[in-house]
Design a protein around this ligand. Structure first.
Ligand SMILES: NC(=O)c1ccc[n+]([C@@H]2O[C@H](COP(=O)([O-])OP(=O)(O)OC[C@H]3O[C@@H](n4cnc5c(N)ncnc54)[C@H](O)[C@@H]3O)[C@@H](O)[C@H]2O)c1
Ligand SMILES: [Zn+2]
Ligand SMILES: [Zn+2]
Length: 346
């Protein structure tokens, strides 16, 4: 089969590789029909994720058709259409029992990291019963690819951790795929305003189409001052950080009202300066987290009913064997006006 492999910082290759086979009775082999590229794959390419070694097949998102299952798999059989979670969970350890699958003692984020991932014709999924989800009849599969990672991330780590309530004023810093997924998920809770903040005018224009009520372009002036102006000097109830830089975390901690919540979603490579001397007296709560994808079954139902339409986030489509071209487009997302790219193999 063909697979996209990591060859060390800056290098990826589309190569012939042995098709994965069942290694444990709880495994399934899935033939990939649609996958995508994540911002995290770009972090890997830059060499920011040292656990990914030479030869690893990348990718942790996708949908496909079950090809084969191990003897202990109960919930799936060959021919079933499935959604792959970016998080592998054994379903039995203490963390899995608390629905903190991100911290599964024999799983977590391993796909396209510690084991071969989904940017290939076939993938081996450990603990298939608890790491795959059945695709309901007639459900849009491009939309479901957004449920492998970015939608649960926006919902669990942004919206639920940030406790978005009806009538709230919400600010989301970062209009990349994760920030946009957070924007879609936030609307399930009917906030009064959603202010989207980015430096890219095109992404802010797209955010308005996806439901942002106001936008702030940090390239056109101080983002904190602009948000304070837009809120009559009051600030916001919830600030969601979806970038991962000290500067964007700093925007979040300066725009919160008393009782506000700061939900950090971005992956940070450097420490941030915490303005604790100002935050304590505004009763601000800060949360962090790695997605568990525990909301995936609920999100599948909201996609099926049309309450949420994540297929809007797809801007480009390529056949799977043109994945190197797709990486080029995704790597130059601003120039290419790209959000999510779909690689199809059906
Ligand atoms: N917590 C989790 O479980 C989890 C899961 C998936 C992704 N992530 C992280 O979420 C973050 C966002 O992911 P993405 O794929 O959307 O990334 P992205 O790079 O596509 O998007 C980031 C956006 O931030 C904007 N930006 C950069 N600097 C800015 C500034 N100073 N002010 C305003 N906007 C600015 C960029 O223009 C871009 O649109 C990343 O750090 C990613 O690693 C976290
Ligand atoms: Zn991802
Ligand atoms: Zn577990």
């Amino acid at each position: 089969m063909k697979a996209l492999v990591f060859r060390g910082p800056g290098a990826i290759e589309w190569v012939e590789k042995e098709r994965p086979s069942i290694q444990r009775a709880t495994d399934a082999i899935v033939r990939i029909t649609k996958t995508t590229i994540c911002g995290t794959d770009l972090h890997i390419l830059r060499g920011d994720v040292p656990t990914v070694t030479d030869g690893r097949t990348l990718g942790h998102e996708g949908v496909g058709i079950v090809e084969e299952v191990g003897s202990d798999v109960r919930n799936f059989k060959a021919g079933d259409r499935v959604l792959i979670s970016c998080i592998t969970s054994c379903g039995r350890c203490t963390y899995c029992k608390r629905a903190m699958y991100a911290h599964c003692e024999d799983g977590g984020w391993i796909l396209g990291n510690l084991i071969d991932g989904t940017q290939a014709e076939y993938v081996r999924i450990p603990y298939a019963d608890t790491s795959l989800y059945p695709i309901p009849e007639g459900c849009d599969e491009e939309a479901l690819v957004m449920l492998s990672d970015i939608l649960p991330t926006g919902l669990e780590i942004g919206v639920i951790n940030g406790e978005v309530h009806p009538g709230d004023v919400v600010a989301i810093v970062g209009a990349g795929p994760v920030g946009m997924a957070t924007l879609l998920a936030a609307q399930l809770y009917s906030p009064a305003e959603i202010i989207m903040i980015d430096l890219d005018a095109n992404r802010l224009e797209m955010a308005k189409k996806f439901g942002a009520t106001k936008t702030v372009n940090g390239a056109e002036g101080n983002a904190v001052e602009q948000v304070m102006d837009l809120t009559g000097g009051k600030g916001v109830d919830v600030a969601i950080e979806a970038v991962g830089f000290p500067a964007t975390f700093d925007i979040c901690q300066q725009i919160l009202k008393p009782g506000g919540r700061l939900a950090n979603v971005g992956v940070h490579g450097k420490p941030v300066e915490l303005r604790l001397e100002q935050l304590w007296l505004r009763n601000v709560k800060i949360t962090t987290g790695l997605v568990s994808t525990s909301t995936t079954p609920m999100l599948i139902k909201t996609v099926q009913s049309g309450k949420i339409n994540p297929q809007q986030l797809v801007t480009h489509r390529f056949p799977l064997d043109q994945i190197l071209q797709a990486y080029e487009v995704f790597r130059h997302a601003a120039r290419e006006k790209a959000l999510k790219v779909i690689l199809y193999n059906d």
